[in-house]
Ligand binder design. Structure first.
Ligand code: GDP
Length: 208
C-alpha cells in the first residue's frame, strides 16, 4: 500500500516571472500545461499525492509565472501558466507567449511536455499551441485526457482513439481522472521515464 514513488517527495521550489529567475539549467524537468479549469492542478496534486501542492483556485496574477516543484536533486515538475479565460489583454498575451516560447526554445533541462485536457473538450487552440511548441523543439509530449470519470467507458475509448489519431509520432495520450485515480500510475511512469527517476515495481504495471 505505502509504496514510495518520487512524486510523493514533491515540494514547492519557486515561481518564475522572468527567464533570469529560472533554476540552473543542469537537470531534468517536465512541463505541465493545460487550459484554465482543464484539471491541471488536480492532476498534479493527484500524481504527487498531495492535496494542496498546486493551487486549484485561480488568481489572475498567477497566469504569468512558471511554478517549479522539486522531486529530487535537479528534477522538477514545472506548472506552466495558461492564459485562462478569453479576455486577456493583448500585451499580457504577448508577454505570456514570449516567456513560454523562450522557455521552450532554450531550456535544455526540458525533457517533455504534459498537456492536460478535459476529455470532453480536447485539442483546443491552446492545447495545439503548446503541442506545437514542443514539436518545434523535437520534444515528446503526453496528453492527459482528464475528468475521464465524466464519460462512460465507450466514450472514453472513442475520445482516446480520436485524440491519438491526431497526434504526431512523438506524442502520446492516456485517460486520467483525479478523483477516481484512472491513469495515475501510467502518468507517473511516463513522467518518471522522462525524468530518469526510479519507480517502484507495481503489480499490473506494464511500463508502457
Ligand atoms: P486547473 O484550472 O486546470 O488547475 O483545474 P483544477 O484542477 O482547478 O480543476 C478545475 C475543476 O475541475 C475543479 O472543480 C475540479 O474539482 C474539477 N476536476 C479536476 N479534475 C477532475 C477530474 O478528474 N474529474 C472530475 N470529475 N472533476 C475534476
Amino acid at each position: 500500500m505505502s509504496e514510495h514513488h518520487p512524486f510523493r517527495d514533491a515540494s514547492y521550489l519557486l515561481s518564475v516571472h522572468t527567464p533570469r529567475q529560472l533554476p540552473t539549467d543542469d537537470g531534468l524537468e517536465v512541463a505541465i500545461s493545460g487550459r484554465s479549469n482543464a484539471g491541471k492542478s488536480s492532476a498534479i496534486n493527484r500524481i504527487c499525492e498531495q492535496n494542496a501542492l498546486a493551487r486549484t483556485s485561480k488568481t489572475p496574477g498567477r497566469t504569468q509565472q512558471l511554478v517549479y516543484f522539486q522531486l529530487a536533486a535537479s528534477r522538477y515538475l514545472v506548472d506552466l501558466p495558461g492564459y485562462g479565460y478569453a479576455k486577456v489583454p493583448p500585451e499580457l498575451r504577448d508577454h505570456w507567449r514570449g516567456l513560454i516560447e523562450g522557455y521552450f526554445q532554450s531550456r535544455r533541462a526540458l525533457a517533455g511536455l504534459v498537456v492536460v485536457m478535459d476529455i470532453r473538450h480536447p485539442l483546443r487552440e491552446y492545447d495545439l499551441q503548446m503541442l506545437g511548441f514542443a514539436e518545434a523543439r523535437g520534444l515528446p509530449a503526453h496528453v492527459l485526457l482528464t475528468k475521464a470519470d465524466k464519460l462512460g467507458r465507450e466514450a472514453q475509448a472513442k475520445t482516446l482513439r480520436q485524440v491519438r489519431s491526431e497526434l504526431s509520432d512523438r506524442q502520446t495520450a492516456q485517460l486520467f481522472s483525479a478523483p477516481s485515480g484512472i491513469g495515475v500510475d501510467e502518468a507517473r511512469r511516463r513522467l518518471a521515464g522522462w525524468l530518469q527517476l526510479r519507480m517502484p515495481a507495481s503489480p499490473g504495471a506494464e511500463g508502457q
